[in-house]
Every structure is written in C-alpha cells, then in structure tokens.
Write a protein that binds this ligand. Sequence first.
Ligand code: SDX
Length: 441
Amino acid sequence: MPKTENCSRDAKIQGTAQLVYKDIKVDLDVVEGTEGELGIDICQLRKNTGMITLDPGYANTGSTISTITFIDGEKGILRHRGIPIEELAEKSRFIEVSYLILFGKLPTKAELDKFSALLAEHAALHSNLEHHFSGFPNDAPPMAILSAMLNAVSCYHKEFLDIVLDEEGFMEATARIMSKVRTIAAYTYRKARGKPFIHPNPSLRYCANFLHMMFSEPYKEYELLPEIEKALNLFFILHADHEQNCSTSTVRMVGSSRANLFSSVSAGVCALWGPLHGGANKMVIEMLESIHSQGKTAQEYLEMAKDKTKGIKLMGFGHRVYKNFDPRAKIIKKQVDKVLKVLNLDDHLLHIAMELEEQALADDYFVSRKLYPNVDFYSGILLRAIGIPLDMFTVMFAIGRMPGWIANWKELLDHNQRISRPRQIYNGPTLRSYVPIEERE
Ligand code: SDX
C-alpha cells in the first residue's frame, strides 16, 4: 500500500490513518505536535490517489507546523513560545513579548536593550514619505493609508527587499517595520485632524513614544500616565500573535511567493481590515453605541443577533478556535475596570457590554454554539479610555499583531516552505464551444 511521503518536518509520526475509496487504499502519516494535537499528513495525497481534500475556510486544515504560538480553544489556553498569555500580560512589556515571538526566547537585558535601541533609532520616516500623507483625503480609511505606507517605506529600504535576510538583516528590517508602523499610525491620525506631525522622541519607550506622536502638541508635551502606558502595553501584548488567523495566513501566503517582508505585512493589514477579523473591535463600539442611541435593551439586541434574517451579529462574540472564553477577553475586561477607575471615567458603553455578555452567556443560542466574548469585545472600551478614536482601532490591532506577522513570515522562510497554491474542485460548465454573437439568444 503506497505511503504518503511525510512532509511535516520534525513533528512526531504517531501512526497512520487509512484512506479507502473504491479500489484506492492509502496510508497517511498522522503527526503529533508537542501539545498532543494530531494532524493527517496529506501532502502527497493527490500524487498517490488523484484526489484532494476540500475545506473552504480551512477550519479543519493545518497550513504549517509552527513553534511560535499555541492555542487550545476548548481550554481557553494561549501561549507564546510556551509562556502563558496571563503571565506575559502581568509581568512583561510589548517589546519583550515581541522579542520572544520573533526570536523564540525571552531576551537578556543586553538583547532587549539592543532591540529597544534599534526601535528608538528607526522610528522616523524619511522626509519625502511625510509628503505622501498629503496625497490622501482627510477622510481616507486609516487601514488604507497603513497598508499603502508600509509598501512606500520599503522604497527607502531597498536593502531589505531581498528576502534572504541573515539574522542581522532580519532584525534590522523588523526593527524598522515595528518602529515605523507607530509613526505611520500617528501621522495618519494627525493628518486626518489637520494637526502637524509630532516627530518621534528616541528617549521614550515604545508605547510612550507612540502616545507622544499621537497626542503631544508643538508646544505642549503629552502628559503620560503610567497606567495608560501599561494599558497600551497590555493591549499590544494581547494582540501580538494568534496562530494561523486570517491576516497571519495572508502574510504567509504572500511571503510564500518570496515577496519581501514589507509587502507581506502590508497584505496582512488588508486582511485584518475585514469586519469579521480585526475590524470587529471598531464594530463592537458601533454596536454598543447603536444600542444606546436607539434605546434598545440588551435582550432586544440579542434577539436581533439570533435572527439570521436580520443579518447582524453580536460583534466581539464567537471565535473559530476558542469554544470557551478567549483568555485575552478576560484579561482586557479586568484592565478596563482598572483604567476607568484611575481616570475616574465611567463609560456607559461598558455597562451595555457587560449586560450583553451576562445575558448572552445565559442564552442557549450563544451557549449551544459556544459563542463567548473574544479579544475584541472589551478592547474597544480600553482604547476609548486611552483616548484612541474609533477609526484608529483596527490600526492599533495591526501595530500589536506586527511581531506575529513578521515571526510567521520568517518561520515560513526558515522552513523553506513551498509557494502556497491550494487546489479546487471545479463545478462549472463542462466542455462547450464558442458561439458567434449573432447566434446567441
Ligand atoms: C479576531 O482567528 C483568530 O485568531 C482571530 C483573532 C486574532 O487574534 O487574530 O482572534 C481576532 O478576528 C476575533 C474575531 C472578531 N470577529 C468578531 O467578533 C465578529 C463576530 N464573530 C463572528 O463573525 C464569528 O464568530 C467569527 C467570524 C469570529 C467566527 O466565525 P466561524 O468560525 O466561521 O463561525 P460560524 O460563522 O460558522 O458560526 C457558527 C454559528 C453560526 O450559526 P448556525 O449557522 O450554526 O446557526 O454561530 C453563529 C453563526 O451564525 N455565530 C454568531 C456569531 N458568531 C457565530 N451568531 C451571532 N453573533 C455572532 N457573533
């Protein structure tokens, strides 16, 4: 019986599965990851059987073997390089977590200082690039500007367009993208409001520098509260990576053609923009505001979200992988309470969100479908408390996810993974001839 050749790298082979169809019988290797996940290796299936698998949306398909992030959706577990998100959220900072995700280990002090110094050094944009912002209308969608500007930045760093970057080159390219993504975001925000650009201050740490570029004025420095800097670090940590989600898979798809890092993450921005993915944090706030403005009760809205004919969802609820609580939602919810207390703010949308959550978790429609709050359900309220405007919410998600996208792009190349090119099942018209226009009905 022909065996499929194992292409699952160094994952453990845990026996075989047998595929039987008519007179076809083939053994398929079963691979097991370090957390006991099992996958059937089908990389030689078509060669040995002439058949392919079909899985639109890839809910049952593993696209790679990865060592970066592990999620257990049933148990609500999220770990980066083995370290639980709860510990990282409590003890670490975004740049340290980024280093862990990018380079596979927590940095020594010297390594962290070197990486931080690179980020501080490369925050500024080439002065020509500042003129690009005047080419966008004031109401241009920030995610459109972000994806465009990430590619524009690469024109000034052609030395990094070569995809075969050595370790040093990879760190240099990574530092430029992770640092400048903040500057692009801040300039986008200020340009839309007719405000002058505030240049980065290399003496400030990553989050403080971003808030400085966003909210300082030419003659008045932004007054940074430690709780706000901590809340922003936490927001970015909780968005840093998340296995093969839609945008990360997009970065891998583009990177698999050996496109450069800048264009690959720019594609990731475009995928993240979608309302079912990174656009959800903005839509949660819009949902809460509409419930408030229309004087709807939480129950009335839930009834609408359950009625398929209405075409609306309970935004911020549900997840392809988490069939239990998204651990990030729990962490953010706690942080929101803290930040609002420190700022002596009382956000009426928080009360609506908490009522929606309480009622949804007691409603069989949501419970039977294992729909729980995801990272987006409370993150918008945290961003509001920090002072980030609604149109910048998904941009904030992109800044947080940047280390995850870059790490996955690098892992794909380190594995020398072949170009991604899925197959399909054709179900259109069978063979027929061209009909001259005068003979057509
Ligand atoms: C992110 O992949 C990641 O890791 C993403 C992310 C990351 O960090 O990268 O975690 C970030 O994108 C979080 C998700 C943000 N999106 C939203 O909050 C939008 C609202 N959620 C849904 O659109 C939905 O839950 C998804 C997109 C998140 C998941 O979609 P799936 O896995 O394709 O689930 P599904 O659409 O097949 O839903 C199964 C059932 C359906 O009902 P039935 O056909 O069984 O009757 O649940 C229903 C759906 O209609 N359902 C919802 C719902 N989510 C699913 N019904 C009402 N409200 C919802 N939010």
